[in-house]
Design a protein around this ligand. Structure first.
Ligand code: ADP
Length: 667
């Protein structure tokens, strides 16, 4: 607080034992132009007790006091932390004393003979200004100390290392963590100082060079962090710790970099945790892969005997059975078909989990697909007495481009569920165009039923794998809880969306929308073309390359029915031997996975440049237990003509054999 000379009232203390001098002083003071209140003390004791109780703006001190001199009293005041400005009054000729007093903290002196009103007022005003400045300095100093303490507290609040170098690489600041480390290092090298230059710090030369490089980089003005493995010892058995170190330029008031502050944290533990996590993640991925491989292998293995069961029951159904026998055979067929759906689900699911699903991109006709859907489910809906309605909006173009097989799978799944969970009413499938550009189209498929419905709380869960709406479901309706998880994945992997609205007791709608390209009608899948008349296969010689005895047996039954001669090879190598000798074989049915020589290898040999077989162009149809695009692609790459999945549908196999063996009829 600064006092304005004209208005302020100054609190003054005069210490003098001489009555006459006091009166002279008072007279001059009265005549001066300042407002004041004056306290007079006549000795040291009185002074000390007065000064304890009051604050003064200026003290006038007579040098000569009874029992004590002014210098001693001044020292006493300063010892008591009383910093009030003191002006010393001396007798004539005592300048030496005055100099001594000023050295001890007095701010001015004058001889008693100099006491004039003007002098007094000048001294008072100067004293007040001085003290004001002094008080401000004290406040600033206090702030600096507080600030420093705060910063120190921050520096000391961590076990990490904080230190700083100036531009000459002298160590200028550090926290105690750093100090401990440094002292330890220095002591080990016989150095006891800590005011040291970086060049003198006994660390590895390599480490020193890297530190200096980073510090010099930081001199350019940017903060940065490096992660490095730092070795402080030569012990090669000791684990080398990881440090994360931040370099931060120290900038002065002119914006110049005067040094670098460094914060270094030992992150070895974090690194270890990170590595452990990575290991755990890799283990989990490996475990998931092993699981999905296991699932894939298992379902693959199960499909082979299924092939036999389904094929043979199909054949049996064509015989003349009646009554209970017929019912029993139908039940076997029904159960086997169901089992196959489950196995296919598991296989699909494992492929999705392993990220191995690929999609076709071919032209197809949605209306044709809907016809297939109707054919597949018509019988079941009739059996349950349900109305089955399929509506395709006029706007849906005749050819679109995408994956028709996956669309089938999605719709079959949803319609299958709808029928399963509906006991009366209807199933309605509608197909709508909801968005269209020149070359793309978004199609929405709604599968609506009047079935049991799904409670709202369950609606999001049913899309998770192995989840069913309630535990009753399995008992009542069966199922694996995989269908919707697969469906959702297949929709999303094609960039589409799937949603649900449902009300318990009223029914459920699944809404699927998928973006397709617009296709061209010329390229439409072969299935939409006119079916050729059933051709006669009798007399054809077919080479079946198949290692599984049961599959051989099933095939034999069919070919017997179709009046073909079937020649059997147990693996690829055997097939090559046969084809080397015979040129009367019309077609090869090739299993893919076989011992000795796989179907892929055999096909490559047959088609190869230096082929040893008689007819290198012989049609080859692959038979395989999985229907994945990847496998289909490999089949074509190996030079085979076509592909049939096992368990094969007799009609499909039949028509493919026809396709590759009938000569174009001469017109
Ligand atoms: P699941 O093979 O068990 O049918 P899904 O994943 O296909 O497995 O279906 C999961 C569950 O969702 C079913 O068990 C059933 O509870 C419920 N759900 C699916 N579709 C319908 C529907 N149309 N109506 C009622 N509930 C359904």
């Amino acid at each position: 607080m600064s006092l304005e000379p004209e208005t302020a009232e100054y609190n003054l203390l005069l210490i003098d034992d001489d009555e006459v001098d006091v009166m002279t002083f008072q007279r001059s003071l009265k005549k001066s132009d300042i407002k004041y209140s004056l306290t007079v003390c006549y000795n040291a004791a009185e002074t000390l007790s007065t000064i304890e109780k009051n604050t003064f703006d200026c003290i006038f001190l007579d040098y000569l006091l009874p029992g004590i001199d002014g210098l001693q009293l001044l020292r006493k005041l300063r010892d008591m932390s009383i910093n009030t400005p003191v002006a010393v009054m001396t007798s004539q000729g005592d300048e030496k004393i005055a100099v001594e007093m000023i050295k001890n903290g007095a701010f001015d002196y004058f001889t008693k003979s100099d006491i004039t009103p003007d002098k007094i007022s000048k001294v008072v005003i100067t004293a007040v200004r001085l003290w004001d400045a002094e008080r401000q300095r004290q406040v600033a100093e206090k702030k600096i100390i507080e600030n420093n303490n705060r910063l120190n507290a921050i520096l000391e609040s961590t076990r990490n290392l904080i230190y700083a170098f100036d531009r000459n690489l002298n160590l200028i600041s550090f926290n105690s963590s750093f100090k401990e480390n440094l002292e330890h290092l220095l002591r080990a090298n016989g150095i006891v100082r800590t005011d040291i230059n970086l060049h003198e710090i006994p660390i590895h030369e390599e480490r020193k060079i890297s530190l200096i490089q980073n510090i010099e980089k930081c001199f350019l003005g940017d903060q940065f962090t490096v992660l490095e493995q730092v070795s402080f010892s030569n012990d090669s058995h000791k684990e080398v710790p990881w440090y994360e170190t931040t370099f931060n330029p120290i900038i002065n008031a002119n914006g110049e970099v005067t040094g670098v502050a460094i914060y270094s944290q030992d992150v070895t533990e974090n690194k270890k945790i990170e590595q452990d996590l990575l290991q755990a993640k890799n283990d989990a991925i490996a475990a998931a892969q092993a699981k999905s491989e296991f699932l894939s292998n298992m379902s693959h293995e199960i499909r082979t005997p299924m092939n036999a069961i389904i094929g043979l029951t199909g054949l049996l159904l064509e015989e003349k059975f009646e009554g209970t026998n017929l019912e029993n055979i139908k039940s076997i067929k029904y159960s086997a078909d169901n089992l196959l759906v489950i196995i296919n689900d598991i296989l699909d699911f494992s492929k999705i989990e392993a990220g191995k699903v690929t999609f076709e991109n071919i032209d197809f006709d949605i209306r044709h697909r809907m016809g297939e859907l109707r054919k597949t489910f018509e019988h079941r809906t009739k059996e349950k007495g349900l109305d089955f309605v399929i509506e395709v909006d006029e706007e849906v173009p005749s050819a679109i481009k995408g994956d028709p097989y996956r669309l089938n799978q999605i719709l079959f799944n949803l319609v299958g569920n709808a029928i399963k969970f509906t006991s009366e009413g209807f199933i309605k499938v509608s197909v709508l165009v909801i968005q269209k550009t020149v070359d793309s189209i978004k199609i929405q498929f709604t599968i609506k039923d009047s079935g049991i419905g799904i409670p709202e709380s369950q609606q999001s869960k049913i899309f998770e794998s192995f989840t069913q709406a309630n535990t009753d479901t399995t008992r009542k309706y069966g199922g694996t809880g995989l269908g919707l998880a697969i469906t959702k994945n297949l929709v999303q992997l094609q960039g589409g969306e799937i949603g649900i609205t449902s009300e318990v007791g009223i029914g459920t709608s699944f809404i699927v929308s998928i973006n397709y390209s617009i296709g061209t009608s010329e390229n439409l899948e072969a299935t939409t073309q006119k079916n050729s008349e059933p051709a006669d296969l009798s007399g054809l010689k077919i080479l079946l390359v198949e290692d599984n005895l049961m599959n051989q047996f099933v095939a034999k039954q069919f070919f017997k029915k179709w009046n073909n001669e079937l020649i059997i090879a147990n693996h690829g190598a055997e097939a090559i031997t046969i084809l080397r000798e015979r040129d009367d074989i019309d077609l090869v049915l090739m299993d893919l996975q076989m011992p000795e020589m796989s179907g892929f290898q055999a096909a490559e040999i047959i088609r190869g440049n230096n082929s040893v077989v008689k007819n290198t162009d012989i049609p080859i149809i692959a038979l395989s237990a999985d229907a994945f695009l990847e496998t289909r692609r490999k089949v074509i790459e190996a030079g085979m003509n076509d592909y049939v999945t096992k368990p094969f549908k007799p009609e499909e196999l039949y028509s493919k054999i026809v396709k590759y063996t009938q000569k174009p009829s001469s017109l």
